[in-house]
Design a protein around this ligand. Structure first.
Ligand code: C2O
Length: 363
């Protein structure tokens, strides 16, 4: 069976997977007494929204970042119980990822959107609504979120628009060695992302390789996860996970999901008890970098669809008919299906067309 929507009326407080070294809290969305759920309809639009690389600083990009800063300030200013607020956006991830929900119709079965073929579609929908809400707050239907272009050499450090402490895009809970706030010192080589990062090996005194060495390792790793380890949808999307089934484990994740996990931990602040914000599912949605990171993960799905061979999206009903719930820009609760997420253009956006530097980095 397809994975059903969560049962909002039985949202678990606190979620079962919350770390026990923090004060427990609720990740449940606000719900009104008449729980009205509407079915998703494709948006109508005159022009596709274009998601652009976050490190670029041409005039269109600068303009777009100013819009993002403004929109996010407005989103952060909404009351905490408004489903469009930034607090609630972060809770969406918490509820779906650390045991906040059970599957509707299976009251004892946890709903989990990681470690399986739900990972890419769930996060695509999540960004879709996040972006639409931001656009509506500034009355600009063309607004598109930027992506962190970490698969290209120029994008391998945190984009500077996210590191200015005066910007709404800033979050103080990040590893200061990897993502230093603007104008604070860190060794350049430490600021280049390690797409295969393992914090257990990063002990005090560890010296990172020279930038060109790290960049090459990253490009090779991209090639592996996008091409060698992603020959079929099974390898790329992750394992099957169906309605009524218990969540899977980490080793069931698809090739790009595992790569993306390393990146989360690399950004997270090791001075915090659980690597908050980016280093734990319950808190990662609190860092605006999350949405830029995930936009690139989402972009990798669109890129993968253009690669050759047996790389075709899944056609299994249990995947296509799986569904999620999100609040939209009008505070309506919308039921969406995986099948409506497979084509980004139908959702009204595309990614800026850039060279894919790892395509020639066969290991
Ligand atoms: Cu839901 Cu990057 O994780």
């Amino acid at each position: 069976d397809p994975v059903p929507i969560p049962d909002l009326t039985k949202c678990v407080i606190p979620p079962t997977g919350l770390p026990n070294n923090i004060t427990p809290f609720s990740c449940c969305p606000p719900i009104s007494s008449n729980l009205k759920i509407i079915d998703f309809e494709f948006p109508t639009f005159k022009k596709l929204r274009v998601r652009r690389a976050a490190h670029l600083n041409d005039s269109i990009s600068i303009d777009n970042f100013a819009k993002y800063d403004k929109a996010l300030n407005l989103m952060k200013a909404l009351p905490d119980d408004d489903p469009r607020s930034f607090v609630q956006q972060a809770k969406v991830h918490c509820a779906y990822c650390v045991g906040g929900y059970t599957q509707k119709g299976y009251p004892n079965t946890e709903l989990q959107v990681h470690f399986s073929w739900l990972f890419l579609p769930f996060h695509r929908w999540y960004l879709y609504f996040y972006e639409r809400i931001l656009g509506s707050l500034i009355n600009d239907p063309t607004f598109a979120i930027p992506f962190w272009n970490w698969d290209a050499p120029d994008g391998m450090t945190a984009p500077s628009i996210f590191t200015d402490p005066n910007s709404s895009l800033f979050d103080p809970k990040r590893n200061p060695k990897h993502v230093p706030p603007k104008n604070t010192f860190s060794n350049y080589r430490d600021t280049i992302v390690d797409l295969n990062y393992n914090k257990d090996f990063d002990v005090p005194g560890t010296i990172n390789p020279r930038p060109e060495v790290r960049i090459n390792e990253n490009l090779t790793w991209m090639y592996k996860q996008m091409i060698c380890h992603a020959k079929t949808y099974r390898q790329f999307l992750g394992s099957r996970y169906r309605g009524g089934e218990e969540p899977l484990q980490n080793n069931c994740a698809g090739s790009i999901e595992s790569l993306h996990n390393h990146h989360h931990v690399w950004v997270g602040d090791r001075r915090q008890p659980n690597g908050e914000d980016m280093g734990h599912f319950y808190s990662s949605g609190r860092d605006p970098l999350f949405y830029a990171h995930h936009a690139n993960v989402d972009r990798m799905w669109s890129v993968w669809q253009t690669l050759r061979g047996k790389r075709k999206d899944c056609t299994e009903n249990d995947w296509l008919e799986s569904s999620f719930l999100f609040y939209d820009e009008n505070k309506n609760l919308v039921k969406v299906k995986v099948k409506d997420s497979v084509d980004d253009r139908k959702l009204g956006y595309v990614y800026q067309n850039l060279d894919i530097p790892w395509i020639n980095h066969k290991p």
